[in-house]
Design a protein around this ligand. Structure first.
Ligand code: NAD
Length: 260
């Protein structure tokens, strides 16, 4: 079997569920040793078991991506385990609270921005010292909600955090080129994961939902949600040498959803 990231070491945030889980499993299948970083250690433990049952190697670290100490400890632990760090998938994120702006509390705003945007910054910041000798690949999970689709009403904090990740990734790509670290950002459309579980939608949300008008007799345009494994294939490509000249790019993985 082709091992596209053989003997490389990957640090994956949000690895206990959804896109992070699928990417961790895919990277391990292709020969990477993977650190599964997540809040909920139980779910990451199951991913670890699955990787090991297939003959791969994984460790679990219990982190909160918005906590600098836990982030730096988790990344250091990964480096100490295998003596290198090649791939960082800064993926953990939350939908947070979806509500009209005038009813968005500062606490809800901060919670979304801190997890999604500051969490990404911290992963990159603490990975650099361990990656700069040999170079590597950093992949950041944004969303089409941060780059080209703004019809998720009430998601102002989420969209702002996701747009911030895109700009941050592009700055990082330029800045880290001197260390041969590539940085790319992926923008998934709707993917079947557990992200809906902790989305808070307020009753006020219906005040701003604009009914979509379709020409008489036509069908509403529909899109199909993707599978986490379909995003994982893109992550593997961006992590591997097959994308060696790709950096600073934003790649949409949405089955054309954002064109509707
Ligand atoms: P998910 O809820 O299935 O998985 C997210 C994981 O991140 C969970 O295991 C959760 O415990 C972890 N996490 C959340 N906050 C954390 C924190 N503070 N510290 C550490 N871990 C934390 O959701 P998913 O859909 O796989 O989400 C992954 C990424 O994909 C997110 O950044 C999300 O914004 C993005 N995304 C998802 C979709 C979608 O439709 N599912 C679309 C576009 C972008």
């Amino acid at each position: 079997q082709l091992q596209r990231v053989k003997d490389q070491v990957a640090f994956v945030t949000g690895a206990g569920s959804g896109i992070g889980r699928a990417a961790a499993i895919r990277l391990a299948q292709e020969g990477a040793k993977v650190c599964l970083a997540d809040l909920k250690e139980n779910r990451a433990d199951e991913v670890k078991k699955q990787i090991e049952a297939a003959g791969g190697q994984a460790i679990v670290v219990d982190i909160d991506v918005s906590d600098p100490k836990r982030m730096s400890d988790g990344i250091r632990q990964t480096f100490e385990q295998w003596n290198r760090l090649d791939i960082v998938f800064a993926n953990a994120g939350i939908n947070g609270t979806w509500t009209p702006i005038e009813t968005m509390t500062e606490e809800d705003w901060d919670n979304t921005l801190t997890t999604n945007l500051k969490g990404t910054f911290l992963a990159v910041k603490f990975a650099i010292p361990h990656m700069k000798q040999n170079g590597g690949s950093i992949i950041i999970t944004s969303s089409i909600n941060g780059s080209r689709k703004f019809s998720s009403f009430g998601a102002s904090a989420y969209s702002a955090s996701k747009a911030g990740q895109v700009a941050f990734a592009k700055m990082a790509a330029l800045e880290l080129a001197r260390y041969k670290i590539r940085v790319n950002v992926i923008c998934p459309g709707a993917i079947e994961t557990n992200i809906g579980e902790n989305t808070k939608k307020t009753p006020e949300l219906k005040q701003i939902q604009i009914p979509v008008q379709y020409p008489q007799g036509s069908q509403p345009l529909e899109h199909k949600a993707g599978k986490p494994e379909q995003v994982a294939d893109l992550v593997l490509f961006l992590a591997s040498g097959e994308s060696s000249h790709i950096s600073g790019t934003e790649i949409v993985v949405d089955g054309a959803e954002s064109l509707l």
